[in-house]
Ligand binder design. Structure first.
Ligand code: NDP
Length: 328
């Protein structure tokens, strides 16, 4: 495994990490969750990603049970939570005080995550989306205070604009508070703008770290949807029709077919090509993997070595197929 500093912080995060969205507490059984975390940890993955909203809080409970059962030293892994959407499985059932980035919810959601995960502190705590209903200043103060209390070590954002991240830093500077360390954006062969262009300045100015999500575009970039719709996969899950419609655009599938041909020529699997491509970006601190089966994770863990096969010539071929390089 390789490790990298999370932005300008001194925290060394494994370049591959493991997430739990749609899998833990939902698509997979608790034993599989245990198997995945164990395999990950044994291969040097040190970061497990979670959020209050995943499976309405169940994902954190499952992860917490595994952490407790395994008894891994607390100083050997990094665990996260995220606040914004609430934990009752869907905004519509939640009261206005149970969502957002106001001080009340940020603090209460932290306490609830600590209890579900059965840990004393969160290593990383993300604002899961920007909140137009709360001044950024209030959120920065709330995060800073949680850090002062030892309940959180580093805080960050997810899917914030560069401008919003900078505003948080300005507030932090003004009041001598701790600003955000990392952002969690989507990044994969189809979604590139934020990571490659929008944040390009703030990697340098504030030393932003990134923990990227959906590196395989929910599985589409494995090539498994190239020839029809396989049974028992994420995009077939009831209630995720929105994700299915968004993910299986004809234009994208046509590109995956060409990429799959390229990966076959190289004697490399399509998931590895797509994951290694994300790792090639030096502004990516860690690629968060998702997996519903142990074999998938076993395969995806090889992405670190696979990176070496992505020579400048191969990267150029990939660029030619994608045809979506964002303009600076
Ligand atoms: P991916 O895009 O990599 O999708 C993972 C899914 O793809 C797996 O669950 C599996 O689904 C399929 N898959 C993975 N590897 C293989 C393989 N080798 N062969 C075949 N199929 C494979 O990542 P996620 O979308 O899961 O995102 C990763 C993590 O990022 C999440 O767990 C979460 O922690 C975080 N995240 C954060 C968000 C945010 O807003 N901050 C939003 C979304 C995710 P299946 O077997 O069902 O097809």
């Amino acid at each position: 495994m390789e490790y990298k500093r999370l932005g300008k912080s001194g925290l060394q995060v494994s370049r591959l990490s493991l997430g739990s969205w749609l899998t833990f507490g939902k698509q997979i059984g608790d034993n599989t969750a245990d198997d995945l975390m164990t395999l990950a940890y044994d291969h040097g993955i040190n970061f497990f990603d979670n959020a209050e909203a995943y499976a309405g809080g169940k994902s954190e409970e499952v992860m917490g049970e595994v952490l407790k059962k395994k008894g891994w030293r607390r100083d050997s892994y990094i665990v996260s939570s995220k606040v914004f959407f609430g934990a009752d499985g869907g905004m519509k059932n939640l009261k206005p005080t149970q969502v957002g980035l106001n001080r009340k919810h940020v603090v209460e959601a932290c306490h609830q995550a600590l209890s579900r995960l059965q840990v004393d502190y969160l290593d990383l705590y993300f604002c899961h989306r920007p909140d137009k209903q709360t001044p950024i200043e209030e959120t920065v103060w709330a995060m800073h205070n949680l850090i002062q209390q030892g309940k959180v070590l580093y805080w960050g954002t997810s899917e914030w604009s560069a401008q919003e991240i900078m505003e948080a830093h300005m507030v932090a500077r003004q009041y001598n508070l701790i600003g955000p360390t990392m952002e969690q954006p989507q990044y994969n062969m189809f979604v590139r703008e934020k990571v490659e262009v929008e944040y390009s300045q703030i990697y340098k100015t504030v030393g932003l770290g990134t923990t990227i999500w959906s590196p395989l575009a929910s599985g589409v970039l494995t090539g498994k949807y190239n020839d029809g719709f396989p049974e028992g996969t994420r995009l077939g899950i009831e209630g995720l029709e929105w994700l299915k419609d968004r993910s299986l655009a004809e234009e994208n599938l046509a590109k995956v077919k060409q990429l799959t041909a390229l990966s076959n020529d190289m004697g490399m699997s399509m998931p590895l090509l797509a994951l290694a491509w994300c790792l090639k970006n030096d502004n990516v601190s860690t690629v968060i993997l998702g997996a519903s089966k142990k074999e998938q994770l076993q395969e995806n863990l090889k992405a670190i070595e696979a990176k070496e096969n992505l020579t400048p010539e191969v990267m150029e071929k990939i660029e030619g197929i994608l045809g979506n390089k964002p303009e600076h």
